[in-house]
Design a protein around this ligand. Sequence first.
Ligand code: AHR
Length: 655
Amino acid sequence: MLRKAFLMLCAAGALSANSARAQYTIAADKVKAKISPNMYGIFFEDINLAADGGVYAELVKNRSFEFNMPLMGWDEQKKDGGDGRVEVINRAEEKPENAHFIKVYIDSAGGSFGLSNEGFRGMGIKEGEEYSFSVMAKQEGEQNIKLNIELRDDKNAIIGKAELTPTDKEWNRYSVKFKASATVQKAQLYVWMSGKGIIDLDMVSMFPEHTWKNRPGGLRADLVQKLADMKPGFLRFPGGCIVEGRELNTRYQWKKTIGAVDQRTNIINRWNTEFSHRPTPDYYQTFGLGFMEYFMTAEDIGASPLPILNCGMACEFNTGELVPMDKLDPYIQDALDLIEFANGDVNTKWGKLRTDLGHPAPFHLKMLGVGNEQWGPQYIERWKAFTKAIKGKYPDVKIVSAVGPFPGGKEFDLLNKTFRALGADILDEHYYASPKWFLEHAKRYDNYDRKGPKIFAGEYAAQSVQTGSPKNKNTWECALAEAAFMTGLERNADVVRMASYAPLFAHVEGWQWTPDLIWFDNLNSYGSPNYYVQQLFSLNKGTDVVPLLFNNEAVAGQDGCFATASVDKNTNELVIKFVNSTASAKSTSFKINGSKGYQKQASVVTLRSDDKDAVNSLETPTAISPKNSTINVSGNILKLDVEPYTFKIVRLKNK
Ligand code: AHR
């Protein structure tokens, strides 16, 4: 009798424990949508010193004296009674793509006269690493000027040195390698000249030998590694507003970014002057990271290249300059030539150029963006001309079309309606909004037309204060809201084919826009909590979405929870993503139908913090970062306890 009562009590206890758990169902055999292998990717723009001063590993700022103030970043130096002077020469008629060089007069036979370069907020130098200094030079007269190269730390101590004697009377490139004896965050480069005479200098450059894939003049390895670690499906480049330029003159022109670096015309970076609260007067584009490097990086990290091209319109937030329709052809030709450059064989003009630049294999370009954040009828007119020409020659290339800078409103509505009617391939939607907006719009795509254009969530980021505010932080609250929203992207993977957070990179001292995915200084970098959200979605996307329901409805905010499920046909797993956006823990139970059962242990990745305002930093780079654990599975039931403010991913392996 007693035993019976005890058993009844236990059963009641089990029942109440179960009924306290929110009951979710998953139909593991009912594929709702295929997830694009390109689903989660990268948006790259040279903003916040992302390229020059960032991932492009050049350490010398204003190496070719092309800034508006041609000696910006440089200082004259004298020692031991040495003297001299510098003239800036403009040879624009002869060499418009690299108009300036300096002529240095060394006036005294004793001592040295020199120039120091401050780098981009200093130069990050690592003990024991090799550095390669190079310069274009030509001597006049006696040819007896010797260069002494020194790296100095912030206390002026020498931490590396080398010698070089440019002997030629014609322009020639000279280089020398040397090792650094200390690790310094803000070193400076000194180029001392001794002897008597005149020497011309241009392209004064210094790179670490260790770069991504150890390519000379290459990219910062730690930063590209962070991108590779995301296993991105695509790489969108080169932006962003930088594609458009403040005015047409400073738009991005890909043909000027390939080939020898001294022939890539430098221009002012549009983010130099964009925000009066974050002016960056020394921000220029050298295009050392140009289209060839973008394509190669995409290839290196297994991402599909997605270039975005100017469509004859400058940024509509700035001048909004337009190319007249009868002058649009060169812009369209740039697009056609780019496709040939990426995909053409050696018998084509542009395919041959790619081959000559060292890459005979095609880059497999499948998508191309026509314009960034454009709006208005003037865009539609230009878009039609581009589309006709591109589809006429390359019908298989998918065109990515802008639908304005906002996720709604009259600009969006006009383009959305028009491009749907015109049968556009892919629409590029952008949303920079509050975390609340992201939570509230997790169902945004649930009712989108399944037969219409595909969606590229091309730029998004939750803003902790307000879009454009310099006070925005990469808080856990923002990252968690993005994770919640992304469950909605994934649930609608038949419509949403690609998504990327923006912007990507920011130098901790040189940024203009915040929040950003990855932050760095001259030596180190860290992923924000948002980075880990992006990475976890990418690494755990699965191949096919299956229904995950609560009370027969998609899980998109009920009780502050968001969830999605997919199967991974490659690994034979079920993947559950669950976001608890609230301050209280959740007990959940998943009943999984349509499976032959799962192995007894599933793997769990947890990303969380009790503090919604918590951030990562250079000092605590992994404060919020994924933690691995395991959980028991009983038959087709998974009971999962989810802590407050938590994003969890569970992978269950089929038996
Ligand atoms: O990501 C920063 C900027 O935001 C991009 O350049 C632009 O496309 C958007 O307005």
